[in-house]
Design a protein around this ligand. Structure first.
Ligand SMILES: [Zn+2]
Length: 504
């Protein structure tokens, strides 16, 4: 199975070949920790979590490194506003980020280095860059990278040097040899955290941390580097220039960049003030529904946010978990019979076909540059439909026929579950518990308590008994508007979350 990945450097899909057979080194730029993370950060982490899971599914051993920027202007500014130590503030929000990532079922990276813990690595790398003639210290204790010395500078982003004048809007620092030169080390300013260095007290420039930490935990040349498309320039361009300047064979084989999350056609960003935090969303939507939404478009495409998309993701996942739960319930009475059969029965030809289609569609999409769009649809939905259609038939069947269907259902469930695992939709909770959580979120969205809903359902039952059908229909319709669908099962009325119906 050949995995193809779109490489920003070559601007084409390439067959992935690891440096060391069977192993993958992956570095993804993490957050600057000064506030709660918004769902744009989820867009930058969930697809790479899917990549890690898929690489493991393909049999690779993955070393996944994602950094925390805990020394930065934004952190210093926010800390001063809060009257808090910058490192304390960033530590707090690193922890909050991890809470969000756990909720979104993102696997913890192998390493999560922080800038403040890696000053030696950073200073050593800057020294190498200077020794190799690519960096220069200036009066006042700053150190700059000399872009003119780097022949490939601009290759990743496609930026020409004359267009990359950093500080065009602000006065150019006259100590720079080229206006596009960028800081490797910044001399200390009052009230800022600082560290000792050969150039005096100061702190690193932003880009050097990722060069130093990727080299430290992977190697100066490694397989895959990921991050948001907004990082291509200047961050990744500079990172690459630094690594290559410090280490002869430094570099990255595949550069992967995710598209932005947009809201009303604008990029969602803290600086624009149009963002929603992960916490905002998971108050009323299940984190798995948010996860589904975040991979509902190809990772390179822009993804536009809307609550209705979250509703659709919720409904789809609810259907998936409900189907698998119903299947488990249906299989329960036959456990003994199945173990007595001891695997002699074979799945039906139809079931084998369903499994083959499910697996091949999943593999084909994922191997094609991780195309997660509509991933739980198509063959996956066909498999779920087969499960739903079969459950009712089990009881009516003859023993031998039934055994074949039971084995079919077990095998289909196994295949369906593997897909869920690779996509990160399974948790330590049972289907029943996840469904319960999802119903709870639906009640939150509907602004109803469980008791209130029970009362409304009772009222409708009474209306039906009294043959007041207009009233009972109205009650049902009002609930559908709130995202709650009623189902009459025999004499009982059950409910499940649904996409809220827009009133006519
Ligand atoms: Zn970075």
């Amino acid at each position: 199975m050949e995995l193809k990945l779109y490489n920003t450097m070559t601007q084409q899909k390439e067959v992935f070949k690891p440096i060391k057979p069977g192993k993958v080194g992956l570095y993804v730029c993490g957050i600057t920790a000064y506030d709660f993370s918004h769902i744009g950060h989820g867009r930058a982490t969930v697809p790479f979590d899917v990549l890690v899971r898929f690489l493991k599914y393909l049999g690779y051993e993955v070393t996944y490194v994602r950094n925390f920027t805990d020394v930065d202007d934004k952190i210093i500014t926010r800390a001063e506003k809060n009257n808090e130590e910058p490192l304390e503030l960033s530590k707090r929000f690193c922890n909050e980020f991890l809470v969000d990532m756990d909720a979104l079922q993102c696997l913890r990276p192998t390493e999560q280095p922080r800038v403040s813990d890696h000053m030696d690595d950073i200073i050593n790398m800057i020294q190498k860059i200077i020794e190799n003639g690519y960096g220069y210290a200036v009066e006042g204790g700053d150190v700059f990278f000399s872009v003119d010395k780097s022949p490939n500078y601009g290759k990743l982003s496609g930026q020409r040097l004359e267009h990359t004048r950093a500080g065009e809007r602000v006065a150019v620092d006259s100590r720079k040899r080229n206006p596009a030169d960028f800081a490797l080390w910044k001399a200390v300013k009052p009230k800022e955290p600082s560290w000792e260095s050969p150039w005096g007290q100061g702190r690193p420039g932003w880009h050097i941390e990722c060069s130093a930490m990727s080299a430290r935990y992977l190697s100066p040349r490694f397989d895959i580097h990921g991050g948001g498309a907004d990082l291509i320039f200047p961050h990744h361009e500079n990172e690459l220039a630094q690594t290559c300047a410090a280490c002869e064979h430094g570099g990255v084989n595949y550069w992967l960049h995710n598209g932005h999350l947009t809201i009303n056609d604008e990029k969602m960003a803290k600086s624009k003030g149009n963002f929603k935090t992960i916490r905002d969303i998971t108050e009323s939507y299940h984190p798995l529904a948010l996860r589904h939404f975040l991979i509902s478009a190809h990772y390179r495409s822009p993804l536009s946010f809307s609550p209705s998309k979250l509703d659709s993701s919720s409904e789809l996942l609810y259907y998936v978990f409900q189907t698998l739960q119903d299947l488990d319930d249906a299989l329960l009475p036959y456990q003994e019979a199945m173990s007595e059969d001891g695997g002699k029965a074979e799945p039906t030809a139809e079931a084998k076909d369903i499994i083959t289609k499910l697996k091949s569609e999943f593999d084909a999409k994922m191997l094609d540059d991780l195309n997660t769009a509509h991933i739980l649809e198509g063959a996956y939905k066909d498999a779920l439909k087969f499960i739903n259609d079969s459950i009712g038939k089990l009881k009516k069947m003859q023993k031998t026929q039934r055994m074949s269907l039971l084995v079919s259902l077990v095998e289909i469930e196994k295949a369906a579950k593997t897909v869920l695992e690779v996509l990160g939709f399974t948790t330590t909770l049972s289907y029943t518990e996840i469904l319960k959580e999802m119903r709870q979120k639906a009640l939150t969205r509907a602004k109803l308590s469980e008791e209130e809903l029970s009362k409304i359902i009772e009222e409708r039952t009474m209306a039906r008994k009294n043959k007041e059908f207009k009233k009972s229909d109205d009650i049902r319709a009002q609930l559908t508007v709130k995202g709650i669908a009623l189902m009459d099962v025999g004499k009982e009325t059950e409910w499940r979350p649904c996409v809220p119906l827009v009133p006519a």
